[in-house]
Design a binder for this molecule. Structure first.
Ligand code: ARG
Length: 270
């Protein structure tokens, strides 16, 4: 029998996809050329927000901007730990103005925002698990930003090298199930980084390539419920066997921009 999993209520910041579209290509998913159904995207996003609310999570929203079609991907805007905010510095010029918009939201909400000196794409590459932070690099966030995060939060930051351009952010290849365990797709990582993950999480859930390509690892777990892409059926079955409750939410339109559930969700950890 798997253990009883306990949910912890979360506070999430999201950005309505009023202006969401694929207008430039800064990752391989965006090069597909499939047009975005913007009406469907909005319906899918609203379903996600409703699912979070139905499971007791608190939702905050930041105002979208017409000239920033990727602003819906709130996870890239910051890492918030213990009430401290490390803001963003985006790699792509097209996304750079998002940083100030999100920083403005955090300041208005009463947070001090530490602006990073190096490229830092928030929870896209910085994933807290228990007492430390797993940190991706290779495509976006730099090792220098990992050091900035460690200095600001005073928690160990463990650098991991991403090697597959389809998995350009850490949160596309790995997610935290709870404070103790993760799910991930090993081939997204360099051999050394894989060895680190095996050492830290010997009992991790290992996803298949199909589930990873379905954005199954771009999931959000509250410790019990796992908000997950319905196409990631193998992973859904694996987490169910471990005692978690999958909550399938289809964000297929956002995949055309290289995003999914986690990308749309910024957690405010006070
Ligand atoms: N089009 C966006 C980009 O390439 C997608 C961001 C997805 N966000 C994430 N947290 N993985 O930057």
């Amino acid at each position: 029998m798997p253990p009883i999993r306990v949910a912890r209520p979360r506070r999430f910041l999201v950005c309505e996809p009023r202006f969401f579209d694929v207008k430039y290509a800064i990752n391989p998913w965006m090069r597909d050329g499939a047009p975005v159904d913007t009406v469907l995207a909005r319906v899918q996003w609203e379903t996600l927000v409703r699912a979070y609310r139905a499971h007791g999570h608190t939702m905050e929203t930041v105002e979208p901007a017409a000239e920033l079609p990727d602003m819906v991907f709130a996870a890239n805007s910051a890492l918030v730990l213990g009430g401290r905010v490390l803001g963003a510095r985006f790699h792509a010029p097209q996304r750079q103005p998002e940083a100030a918009r999100y920083a403005g939201w955090f300041k208005a909400a009463g947070f001090d925002v530490h602006e990073p000196e190096e490229v830092c794409e928030g929870e896209g590459d910085l994933v807290p698990v228990g007492g430390f932070v797993l940190a991706g690099t290779g495509f976006r966030t730099t090792p220098g930003a990992h050091r900035e995060a460690q200095e600001l939060f005073g928690v160990p930051v463990i650098g991991l090298h991403l090697i597959d351009p389809h998995f350009y952010h850490l949160d596309t290849a790995l997610f935290a199930l709870d404070d103790e365990n993760i799910a991930y797709w090993p081939p997204a990582f360099s051999p050394g980084s894989r060895a680190v993950l095996e050492r830290l999480f010997p009992d991790a859930v290992i996803a298949s390539r199909d589930d990873a390509m379905a954005f199954g690892l771009n999931s959000v777990s509250d410790g019990r419920h796992v908000f997950i892409a319905p196409q990631a059926d193998g992973l859904i079955e694996q987490v169910s066997r471990r005692g978690y409750r999958p909550v399938p939410v289809d964000l297929s339109e956002f995949r055309k921009a290289g995003g999914g559930i986690k990308c749309c969700t910024q957690e405010i950890r006070s």
